[in-house]
Design a protein. Structure first.
Length: 233
């Protein structure tokens, strides 16, 4: 009740502006600026890489090692989007999580019926202390608010401190992240969406998905703001 009364007043006193152009908006990034972000069109539903040939839904050489049932990443990790993901992740611009999460939520809305819980990729406590917040959780909060899906946090941990994935090759990423996550709660029958900022090789979401499945989840999807155009060699 209080939110319904004070939210319009808050909007009048502190109107929202687009993080990119500074213009008025109610959706994080305004529509013209969103149009400048590269879209991940006709992407494979299993690995999230596109574009596929017209009419195709999956890659001809799809890798069955993926632990997720589906990948959703509406944008490509390229200029100018990468600037804002870096700013959220490394530049202390925490508020960008809401704006980026709104983009993800709009694309994920059709998947709402397949998912009943959200898990943001957790940070190791040491990394969380250094950064001050978890960028994946900031995105997840926005998605949760818009799609009305609860976020699960208790009992889901990153128990292994690892070097940043961005500096490693695909093979090194898989080795680096192995055994990094622990899920100490019952997820029997749950349908979970993992939330992250960017999916590159998929090593992180696959490792977390494996732990979530081991806890009993029946479906695991990975939702990220962006997908790298091609996996690193």
């Amino acid at each position: 009740m209080l939110k319904q009364v004070y939210e319009p007043l808050w909007g009048l006193l502190f109107p929202e502006t687009c993080p990119r152009c500074g213009g008025p908006t109610s959706t994080g990034f305004c529509t013209p600026c969103r149009h400048d972000f590269p879209r991940n069109i006709r992407a494979c539903r299993y690995c999230g890489i596109g574009p596929l040939p017209s009419g195709a839904k999956v890659c001809a050489q799809h890798n069955p090692a993926w632990q997720t049932d589906q990948i959703l990443a509406p944008l490509l990790f390229a200029w100018p989007l990468e600037r804002y993901i870096y700013a959220l992740k490394f530049g202390g611009q925490r508020a960008l999580g809401r704006a980026l999460g709104q983009i993800l939520a709009e694309s994920a809305a059709p998947q709402r019926c397949n998912i009943d819980a959200i898990v943001s990729v957790p940070l190791h406590p040491r990394r969380l202390l250094q950064r001050g917040y978890n960028q994946a959780l900031e995105i997840a909060r926005s998605v949760s608010a818009q799609l009305h899906i609860p976020i699960l946090r208790a009992g889901i941990q990153r128990c292994k401190a690892t070097p940043p994935q961005s500096r490693l090759t695909a093979a090194q990423r898989q080795q680096n992240i192995a055994g990094a996550f622990a899920v100490r709660r019952d997820l029997s029958g749950r349908r979970v969406a993992i939330i992250d900022d960017v999916i590159t090789t998929g090593a992180t979401v696959n490792a977390l998905a494996n732990a979530i499945r081991a806890a009993g989840a029946t479906r695991v999807e990975a939702w990220a703001v962006a997908r790298t155009p091609l996996p690193p060699v």
